[in-house]
Design a protein around this ligand. Sequence first.
Ligand SMILES: Cc1cc2nc3c(=O)[nH]c(=O)nc-3n(C[C@H](O)[C@H](O)[C@H](O)COP(=O)(O)OP(=O)(O)OC[C@H]3O[C@@H](n4cnc5c(N)ncnc54)[C@H](O)[C@@H]3O)c2cc1C
Length: 433
Amino acid sequence: MSWDFETEPEFQEKLDWVNAFVTEEIEPLDLLWPHDVYTQLDETRRKIVDPLKEEVRRRDLWATHLGPELGGQGYGQLKLALLNEILGRSMWAPIVFGCQAPDTGNAEIIAHYGTPEQKERYLRPLLDGEIFSCYSMTEPHAGADPTLFKTQAVKDGDEWVINGWKFFSSNAKTASFLIVMVVTNPDVSAYQGMSMFLVPTDTPGVNIVRNIGLYGEPLNEGSHALIHYEDVRVPEEALLGGEGQAFAIAQTRLGGGRIHHAMRTIGFAQKALDMMCERALSRETQGGLLAEKQFVQGYIADSYAQLVQFRLFVLFTAWEIDKYNDYKKVRKDIATAKVVMPTVLHDIAWRAMQVHGALGTTNEMPFFQMIHGAAVMGLADGPTEVHKVTVARQVLHDYRPSDDIWPTEWIPKKLEAARAKFADLLEHEVGNQ
Ligand SMILES: Cc1cc2nc3c(=O)[nH]c(=O)nc-3n(C[C@H](O)[C@H](O)[C@H](O)COP(=O)(O)OP(=O)(O)OC[C@H]3O[C@@H](n4cnc5c(N)ncnc54)[C@H](O)[C@@H]3O)c2cc1C
């Protein structure tokens, strides 16, 4: 019987080190350079960040999402979850540990589907933490339903020519290459007619029209690009995986990406709970600490309950991925974690903000960033509603309709069956009376 909630002592030691390292060495970077997480390191930042990355490598904690053949540690998803829940409380920490979105998912699909040349050209520098990548899938007129995408690649000799628009292509402005999902055969279903291409960002015709910012960022200085692909020519070798394989590749990418977001969200929500508890123990009103008021105790208890359920479920899902080594088999639980994640983060951050009073609503505390993060988690990698549909469909797979007009659990029918099962005994009992 192996059903264990303990972390092996050697790995726990590593986690303890990570915890202190993130607090002391990395969280200060979040304050100094909150908007430069995905930009190439300038001289000053390189002097600070490179030695931190080196220390992470020295401790065998670099790029733990990948197997050893790709420069990772082969620790698997469960250990990654335990690590990511610590890294999730800092913006810079995933960069310093070589496991930041969206590069993790992008690296994963190049590792799975890339040719040796593609791996050498794109994967190697990505894993070395020297370049950034961008996943360019959503279009301005359609996001949640990829069958509506229109951006198209047409064969011209031994080249493909890409034309169309993409929206919310995160980090395109700093990425060295884009992974673009396009229609290559409009005559078959979208599931067979779309392909992925690896496109260097400086290819002529890749026009970044706007860099859309999230709430609070200045207009047109954000990181989510509206891109016009205008007669973008790429060689045949730019195709990632086979022609028509885009949907299969997207599932590999998004499965990993979604659960990694959930792992990091645990850390972010834990940070909100920590702040709520500290404030509750520090602030007095009407003759007592906030921590003694039942409303506030309710906030703390509800938050702890939500977080602990979410955390255990994410760890369990990570364990399942390691066990089956196949995202498809764990699709229901990955989608469930994706559905639950925004609510958990939103609720805990909202209560923590409330407990901080006016201060909580200011730009001197991180609560709005967290609440905004929850809204983003309800959309990035697909909206909550669409994932609920996936969960419901997967749950329903295990059920059959009743073979009768009455439900299987209809008590009169079950009672009749129970009487029939024990008829001999019951008759005997009646006979004895
Ligand atoms: C911060 C951030 C980063 C992102 N990064 C990237 C990226 O790097 N690359 C990329 O390609 N995309 C990226 N996206 C885009 C993201 O994948 C899309 O926002 C998402 O797929 C939804 O598409 P949409 O925004 O067009 O919404 P729509 O498809 O227009 O959906 C809008 C709303 O309609 C409802 N809805 C949609 N479908 C259904 C349904 N079937 N049933 C019920 N209700 C439904 C939901 O409420 C949904 O929120 C990012 C998004 C965010 C917020």
